[in-house]
Write a protein that binds this ligand. Sequence first.
Ligand code: NOJ
Length: 558
Amino acid sequence: MAKSQWYKEMSVYQIWPRSFCDSDGDGIGDLKGILSKLDYIKSIGVDAIWFSPLYPSPQKDFGYDIADYKSINPEYGTLEDFKTVLDEAHKRGLKVIMDLVVNHTSDQNKWFLESRKSRDNEYSDYYIWRDGRRNGKKPPNNWLSTFQGKAWEYCKERGQYYLHVFAKEQPDLNMDNPKVREEVKDIMRFWLDMGVDGFREDVITFISKKEGLPNGFPLPVATGIEHYMNGPHLREYLSEFRKVTDEYDCFTVGEAPMMTPSRALKFIKEGDGQLLDMMFHFQHMGADNIVTNWLLTPFRPGHLKNVFAKWQKKMAKGGGWNALYLENHDQPRVVSRYGSEKYRVESAKMLASMCFLQSGTPFIYMGQEIGMTNAKEIDHLETYKDVSTLNNFGMFKALGFSEKSFLKVCHRAARDNARTSMQWDDSPNAGFTTGTPWFYTNPNYKEINVKAAEADENSILNFYRKLLKFRKENDIVKYGSFRMLRTCPRIFAYVREYQGDKMLVINSFSDGEIAFRAPEDFDMSKAELVLSNYESNPVIHNGFMTKPYETRTYLLKN
Ligand code: NOJ
């Protein structure tokens, strides 16, 4: 039986639990807090929630270091609390997607605690252990962690090194060991039997490492990545996991750094041999940086346009499906990156239309729907909590940066920007907690919050509601073809076509005015304006001067 494709109809809301809503005043978001916001989430018009990891974890990488795969972090609640959230979400027609982090575990996971004890215990081969070079004095190869520093840590008890491509507290699992793959399948079944509907699979394209672990091309970070990204047995391992998810009609999206469309199709092309439903690639998040978010450049709209157009075209042609996103817990806020804080409301709406009216499944990150911005007031390095931010300081210092100049970089590049308290209202701590927030609340919460957005008919939130409703009701958004128009570089305009209907989406990335002309085959005078971010929308001879960060969507029915 062909797998059902409900995921093509859905939009997803991502929750990063620690900062979403705290019910008990300990300053940390929790499941009861989430429960109290399910109606709000539903009201946005999404169909599913993706939870960043909820499992017990020492929080070295805020849950992406899992100590126990079959339980809930006590800071967030209990398994019973989770079941209640799951049931209540289902009652509201919301599916639930869990984060599956199996490239690595926490170093406090019982498997690792056992594995490190000796070379011959039940778990000794669960991780990637190697002898060092030069009589054990040097790590087994030159690989570097993506979070800075060497990718190997020495363990005295075993007299060996273990591999960690992320923090040293995140040892990589040895997926070549069939027992480890059985564990992964067991974890999947555990949650699927409970009723969850899907998995977002963390750096899943990293799980198979090249035999012999050869030295990598020397790069300043992640040296060796070419030997574990899309590794030799990736397809084989994913197909084992796919068998399990297929038993349940489970949705899967794989996180895939450095992914290109043609490579992605090898995994997500529909039909026999499909291994994942879709992938999160990163190419469009490189429009204001080179290779990593930390090497910043000015925003390049041309890059963004070309990447989106390429993925739209290649997925349609090759039989794949796009995952559409602009924000998540690893990405600084998009209004502060690709939009404008001066034109915050206009640009947040424009970015929403620009991205989510393409073909694919929209993923909206908590706070994106109210236009939350980067935390630019942070003026002490100690305020930051993310391991990647803190580790990067070392590298920047070596390059001659002062703490002050590094802070400026953090204001644009740090993942912490996405992890500030969710801004619910204008009460202290933005209504996120009655206690002291574990991290930081952006002082702009007095103006930017859900309560204010609810009260304003023209808010970003209400724009998201209209947009998601429009997507739901119009198959052209989901299934139409895609054609990017030739325009001035700061305009991204495209036409979608489906069963004779046409949709024109015009987006300006400029804070000035730019002339736009509709293509010959699209008569704007006959089309209906279905979404826009300005109240007055003059049209002259099938064209108009776009206002700052303007977006307009026209529908032309046949
Ligand atoms: C990707 C996750 O999104 C990120 O938050 C995490 O740090 C790394 N994978 C390691 O799990």
